[in-house]
Design a protein around this ligand. Structure first.
Ligand code: ATP
Ligand code: MG
Length: 387
């Protein structure tokens, strides 16, 4: 008997070519995630199996698997040749700590196996009872379940737990997006939601040194590093908006500061996206959360882009986003108290329902193309995984 990990994937409606792409991407993503740990990965009848790893890395592997989009669930299992004696011996070993109610649940995919699934469950259940007097059978409310999966490859898998994975689709099967990543709570969660749907992301971060500290930028890099565990390697475009903010501050009505800076951010992100073949921009906006996220503000800000502008958190309450941020391990980084560039030159009362005509009039005072080109020319590219 040897220890393996059985993986199941979701999206059962996948058909034909889509299914092949999905399976290939998931296979590669699992191998990439486990690249530092010696292992074998094989696919068989709608499942994947990881084997030939050193058991001291088991927790490490499990942790990585809980972060791979496209995995529906997985189980640490024991594999034996499909002979009744082997199955029984293994079952006895892995149930020896069972206490209280239990049941055996058998799945016989190999119809040539000598006993049907009900008979296997009954016989093995009776054997466990005869050697473990701390346990009893309850088919309807068991505390422990022994799963026996008799597969077509003449191997049987025994396990007692099924851990849910991220679900969703493998990264790389839903195109490429550019995430506007601040140091806040929302944007990393927004990125994660798109990763979960199979979109491969890179990030753009806007800083405003010397008005903001280098620590604020580092926060975004640290957040990208967490997202890399789900997405694979991430590139972060770091663009300074200091000069843009100074220009706006010098010639525009202060109440439009936030609206106009946001429009610059989107224009710059879109220009880079088109240059580097990203199919969408992603932000962490949520309807009504702050002045710049009223429906009127979002309309005026979004007016500068023609690429799809994805806002996966648009219908989320803050608390729902916070819970997800904790779950994906970005929260503790996001709440570190470094100023974001959006707090620079902040007016006392930003306009909540900006009018496009007024904003366009304000922007006439600026050399928009030159400001954008200068910002892009001084851009830096960082790779969190290499730092
Ligand atoms: P977050 O928690 O993601 O910062 P927020 O609720 O603070 O979001 P805003 O500050 O209004 O909202 O930002 C809205 C969105 O604009 C962010 O979710 C992010 O996608 C983008 N954004 C804001 N600031 C930056 C920045 N400095 N760099 C990159 N993107 C930014
Ligand atoms: Mg913010």
């Amino acid at each position: 008997m040897r220890q393996v990990i059985l993986l199941r994937y979701s999206e059962i409606h996948l058909k034909g070519k889509n299914r092949i792409l999905f399976e290939k991407a998931l296979f590669e993503n699992i191998n990439f995630s486990l690249k530092d740990i010696e292992h074998q990965l094989k696919k068989f009848s709608g499942r994947y199996i990881i084997s030939d790893f050193n058991e001291i890395y088991l927790d490490n592997i499990v942790d990585k698997l809980t972060k791979i989009a496209g995995i529906y669930s997985f189980s640490v299992a024991y594999e034996v040749d499909s002979k009744y004696e082997n199955i029984l011996n293994c079952a006895k070993k892995i149930t020896k700590n069972f206490e209280g109610a239990f049941k055996v649940s058998t799945n016989r995919a190999d119809k040539t196996f000598e006993l049907d699934s009900m008979s296997v469950s009954k016989k093995i259940g009776a054997e466990i009872l005869s050697i473990n007097n701390k346990t009893f059978v309850d088919l309807f409310d068991p505390k422990n379940i022994l799963y026996i999966d008799i597969r077509e490859n003449k191997k049987t898998y025994l396990f007692t737990e099924i851990t849910l994975g991220v679900g969703g689709m493998p990264v790389g099967t839903s195109g490429k997006g550019l995430l506007l990543l601040s140091g806040g709570i929302d944007s990393p969660v927004a990125g994660w939601r798109m990763i979960k749907r199979g979109m491969k992301i890179d990030c753009i971060h806007f800083e405003s040194f010397p008005h903001t500290s280098r620590a604020a930028e580092q926060k975004a890099i640290d957040l990208a590093k967490v997202l890399e565990q789900y997405n694979g390697k991430i590139k972060v475009f770091v663009v300074s908006v200091a000069k843009i903010q100074e220009a706006i501050h010098a010639v525009c009505d202060p109440e439009f500061m936030v609206t106009i800076v946001r429009r610059f951010m989107l224009r710059i992100a879109q220009k880079l996206a088109k240059l580097h073949d990203y199919q969408a921009l992603i932000t962490g906006e949520s309807l009504g959360q702050v002045a710049s996220q009223t429906i009127e503000s979002m309309a005026v800000i979004g007016q500068v882009v023609d690429l799809p502008l994805l806002k996966p958190l648009i219908g989320y309450d803050k608390q729902e986003t916070v819970e997800l941020a904790k779950k994906i391990d970005t929260y503790d980084i996001s709440i570190k108290p470094y100023d974001d560039c959006c707090t620079v030159f902040l007016p006392d009362s930003p306009v909540i329902k900006p009018k496009l005509s007024k904003v366009l009039l304000q922007e006439k005072n600026l050399n928009i193309d030159l400001l954008i080109d200068n910002a892009i020319n001084s851009m830096r590219i960082r790779f969190p995984s290499e730092e």
